[in-house]
Ligand binder design. Structure first.
Ligand SMILES: Nc1ncnc2c1ncn2[C@@H]1O[C@H](COP(=O)(O)OP(=O)(O)OP(=O)(O)O)[C@@H](O)[C@H]1O
Ligand SMILES: [Mg+2]
Length: 415
């Protein structure tokens, strides 16, 4: 193995150890530092260092190495493609760069681990969603090319994107300017508008699934890649990760609702936009389940309170995108795009304001607006709630005065 190969093998090993919840990113970083410092005197693999320091056990290291070897072997057996190297790995797969021999073009191949091939209900969904994804054709969606099985493992071939992920920037602490964030979000909303129009919901919109090319073209990845389990199980399996799914997941997905629609992607896109313009995820907590509880219960901090250079408009748009109840969000990507384009031109977000006034004040007039059975489900601003409360107090006071007048009149009549 050349030193470059061993470095890439080590980073894959470290990443997979974190993704498999065997250790934290910090532990891997410390081990890599240790590995570097002893490079000249006592060179060792990352796996060796991690076992030596008791971060993982010998057996865990063996299993991880086996997984990497198996997926590489499977990728090498896919007919019509020549594997050139690894691109990365995530919670559920390893991604390779390969050449599609017939068309002489670069592709990315995602190879799923063995546990997937053992679930028959997953495999049927994998093929079904793969077929649907191949029907999508949009410049802002990573094109699905092929699905299949090789060496007992399932694979997903897609367009190769040369560039970085949005996560790469965010994990370095980058805070995007309003203009830049709007540009990225508009491209993603266009991608989702196209997919939703063909009946496909992404279900996992997050910075790791947003790729950005050198020319600034944004591409939504993993569209049409079936998820392994239910949304909540997938989210829970992300334990210990710094930027896992729970940071962007919609409340209805957490509740395990079956009739999820495009508004779940709208929420996740809102959470992604929130992260871009504030530099932090909407809800932070020590455990994934606490993060999920906050998605369900806690109102978001208005983004312009965190980053005061933001316009009120973009803040309102994010608040509507991230409303706890899907019915209080934009109805679809078309509506969202109207507001994103307006805010980009320095104008107020028309649809968001309509939402605030129709869903909020309109219902208030009917005396039934805010459903307080779960106060955190409250999507209206403080100002609206204050007005509602003042109205209630005034009505109570007026009824009291009226009652007193009636009593006095009655008493007056008697005497
Ligand atoms: N089409 C592609 N072209 C180029 N690189 C890609 C492509 N798809 C994925 N990658 C690279 O492979 C990495 C792993 O992708 P993968 O989808 O397996 O995991 P993820 O989205 O980062 O995380 P998670 O598994 O938590 O969803 C990505 O971070 C990206 O760097
Ligand atoms: Mg991905």
């Amino acid at each position: 193995m050349s030193s470059k190969d061993s470095t890439s093998h080590d980073s894959m090993f470290g990443r997979m150890a974190v993704e498999q919840n065997l250790c934290t990113e910090t532990e891997v970083k410390k081990c890599r530092q240790e590995q570097k410092s002893r490079m000249a005197t006592d060179p060792a693999t990352l796996s060796h260092v991690m076992v030596k320091y008791g971060i993982i056990t010998k057996n865990q290291a063996k299993r991880l190495k086996g997984m990497i070897k198996e997926s590489k072997a499977a990728a090498g057996q896919i007919p019509g493609y020549k594997v050139l190297g690894k691109l990365g790995s995530g919670a559920m797969a390893v991604v390779y760069k390969a050449k599609q021999l017939s068309l002489d073009r670069m592709v990315a191949i995602k190879v799923l681990p063995r546990r997937f091939s053992e679930k028959s209900n997953y495999i049927s969904r994998f093929y079904k969603e793969g077929k649907l994804a191949a029907k999508l054709n949009h410049n802002n969606i990573v094109q699905a090319i092929d699905v299949g099985e090789a060496g007992g493992l399932y694979y997903f071939v897609m367009e190769y994107v040369e560039g970085k992920t949005l996560y790469d920037d965010l994990s370095k602490g980058k805070v995007f300017s309003e203009e830049e964030a709007l540009d990225i979000t508009i491209q993603l909303a266009n991608a989702l508008q196209h997919a939703h129009g063909l009946g496909m919901i992404h279900r996992d919109v997050k910075p790791k699934n947003v790729m950005i090319t050198k020319n600034g073209v944004v591409k939504l990845a993993d569209m049409g890649l079936a998820r392994e389990t239910s949304d909540v199980e997938a989210a829970e399996s992300e334990k210990g990760k710094a930027f896992g799914t729970p940071f962007y997941i919609a409340p209805e997905q957490i509740r395990g609702e079956l009739d999820i629609d495009g508004r779940a992607d709208l929420y996740s896109l809102g959470a992604t936009l929130f992260h871009m313009v504030t530099g932090r995820v909407p809800f932070q907590a020590k455990t994934p389940s606490e993060v999920m509880r906050k998605h369900l219960k806690e109102p978001i901090t208005p983004p312009d309170h965190i980053n005061t250079s933001l316009s009120t408009g973009i803040s309102e748009v994010i608040e509507v995108m991230m409303a706890k109840k899907a019915k209080n969000r934009y109805n679809n990507m078309d509506e969202l795009l109207i507001d994103l384009l307006a805010v980009r031109q320095g104008q107020p977000p028309v649809r968001a304001r309509e939402k605030f006034s129709l869903d909020g004040l309109g219902e208030l007039e009917e005396g039934m607006a805010i459903e307080f059975e779960d106060d955190s489900e409250n999507v209206y601003g403080e100002e609206v709630i204050t007005r509602y409360k003042v109205g209630l107090v005034m009505m109570t006071a007026l009824s009291g005065i009226l009652a007193l007048v009636i009593v006095f009149m009655a008493l007056g009549g008697k005497s």
